[in-house]
Design a protein around this ligand. Structure first.
Ligand code: NAP
Ligand code: GLV
Length: 320
C-alpha cells in the first residue's frame, strides 16, 4: 500500500527521505508533479486504489475523495480549516498535526513578537531610520505587562508557559476550563470580556471555525485597554482587516504583528505592507518539522494497526 504526500512547498525531498527512513516498506506518492527533484521518486497518484494513508496540506477539493481505499488522513498542519472546507472530504479519521517542532517554533515566534512590542523595538527601529537618539525615561518590566492568549491548546498553552517563564503576567482564553500553573485562565463567551479587559498584548492562537471567524473585530478591540497590541499567528480569517486599520488609526490599538492573512500571499497593494504600526511576516510563525512530524504519523499508523485510539483526532462537529 502507499502513502500520498501533498504539500504546497517545494520541500518534498526532505519529507520523502524522512517517510522512507521511518516507514521502511511504504511507497510514497508525491502530488502534484513538478517538484524540483522530480527523478527521486515516482510522482503522481499512480493507482489511486493503492493509497491507504494521506499526509496532506491543502489538497485540492475532491482529491482525497478519489482514493477508494484511504483509511486515515494526517494533516501536515495544526489547522485543519482548509481540509474541512472540502465538502467531499471523506468521513475518515482526520489527525491534526501536533509535534514538538511546530510547538517550539510557534512559542519562539510569540515570545519574539511579544518582547518586540514590550521593549518598543518598532519605535527604536523607526528612530534609527530617522537618525534620532532619544532615550526612555521609564522601562516597563515584563511582570508589569499583561499578555493574553486566545486559545490555550497545543500552541497557546506552550507559549503561555514560556511567556510566564519570561515573567510576563499571562492569561489565556479557551472554550473549556483549563488549569495552567501561574496562568490566569478564562473560558467561554462570559470569560472573554474580563480576559480582554486585562490584556495589553493579545495573541491569537485559535483554530479557524465558524465560532472564531472574524473574532478579531472592532467590538473585540474596543474591549482591550487603549494602546493594546494584537499578534495574529492563527488564521487570516480571524481578523476583520478594516476594523484593525481603523483601530490603529484611532489609537485604540498601538500596533499589530500579522503572520496570516485573508489572502495569501498578501497582495502587493495591501495597506498592511507599508503601515507604520504593522509588522508583516509571510505565514512562517511555525513550520512543521519533517522528522518529528513523521514520528507522529508512525505512532498513528501503529495505533491504527493495533486498534488503539488515535491521538489529536479532529472533532468535526467542533471544527478543530
Ligand atoms: P488546539 O490544540 O486545537 O487548540 C485550540 C485552542 O483554541 C483550544 O484551547 C480551544 O479550547 C480553543 N478554542 C477553540 N475554539 C474556541 C472557541 N470558540 N472559544 C474559545 N476557545 C476556543 O490548536 P493548536 O495546535 O494550538 O493550533 C491553533 C491554531 O494555530 C491552528 O488551528 C492554526 O490555525 C494556527 N497555526 C498557525 C501557524 C502559523 O505558522 N501561523 C502554525 C501552526 C498553527 P479548548 O482547549 O477548550 O478546546
Ligand atoms: C500552519 O499554519 C498550521 O496550521 O500548521
Amino acid at each position: 500500500m502507499a502513502l500520498l504526500f501533498v504539500s504546497a512547498h517545494d520541500h518534498a525531498p526532505d519529507w520523502v527521505a524522512e517517510l522512507t527512513a521511518q516507514l521502511p516498506g511504504i511507497e510514497v506518492r508525491v502530488w502534484p508533479s513538478g517538484h524540483r527533484d522530480v527523478r527521486v521518486w515516482p510522482e503522481g497518484l499512480g493507482d489511486p486504489a493503492e493509497i491507504d494513508t494521506a499526509l496532506v496540506w491543502k489538497p485540492p477539493a475532491g482529491l482525497l475523495a478519489s482514493l477508494p481505499n484511504l483509511k486515515v488522513i494526517f494533516s501536515l498542519g495544526a489547522g485543519v480549516d482548509a481540509l474541512l472546507a472540502d465538502p467531499t472530504l471523506p468521513g475518515l479519521p482526520l489527525v491534526r498535526m501536533v509535534e514538538p517542532g511546530l510547538t517550539e517554533g510557534m512559542t519562539e515566534y510569540v515570545c519574539l513578537h511579544v518582547l518586540r512590542w514590550h521593549r518598543d523595538a518598532p519605535l527604536f527601529e523607526a528612530r534609527q531610520r530617522a537618525g534620532v537618539w532619544r532615550q526612555l525615561t521609564h522601562q516597563h518590566l515584563a511582570r508589569e505587562r499583561r499578555v493574553g492568549i486566545l486559545g490555550l491548546g497545543a500552541l497557546g498553552g506552550d507559549a503561555a508557559l514560556a511567556l510566564k517563564a519570561l515573567r510576563f503576567d499571562v492569561a489565556g482564553w479557551s472554550r473549556s476550563p483549563k488549569h495552567l500553573e501561574g496562568i490566569a485562565t478564562y473560558h467561554g463567551a462570559e470569560g472573554l470580556g474580563p480576559f480582554l479587559a486585562r490584556t495589553d498584548i493579545l495573541v491569537c492562537l485559535l483554530p479557524l471555525t465558524p465560532e472564531t471567524e472574524d473574532i478579531l473585530d472592532a467590538g473585540l478591540f474596543a474591549q482591550l485597554p487603549r494602546g493594546a497590541v494584537v499578534i495574529n499567528a492563527a488564521r487570516g480569517r480571524h481578523l476583520v482587516e478594516e476594523d484593525l486599520l481603523a483601530a490603529l488609526d484611532s489609537g485604540q490599538l498601538a500596533g499589530a504583528t500579522l503572520d496570516v492573512f485573508r489572502t495569501e500571499p498578501l497582495p502587493a497593494s495591501h495597506p498592511f505592507w507599508s503601515h507604520p504600526k504593522v509588522t508583516v511576516t509571510p505565514h512562517v510563525a511555525a513550520i512543521t518539522q519533517a522528522r518529528t512530524a513523521v514520528e507522529q504519523v508512525v505512532d498513528g499508523l501503529k495505533r491504527l494497526a493495533a486498534g488503539r485510539p488515535l491521538v489529536n483526532l479532529v472533532d468535526r462537529a467542533r471544527g478543530y
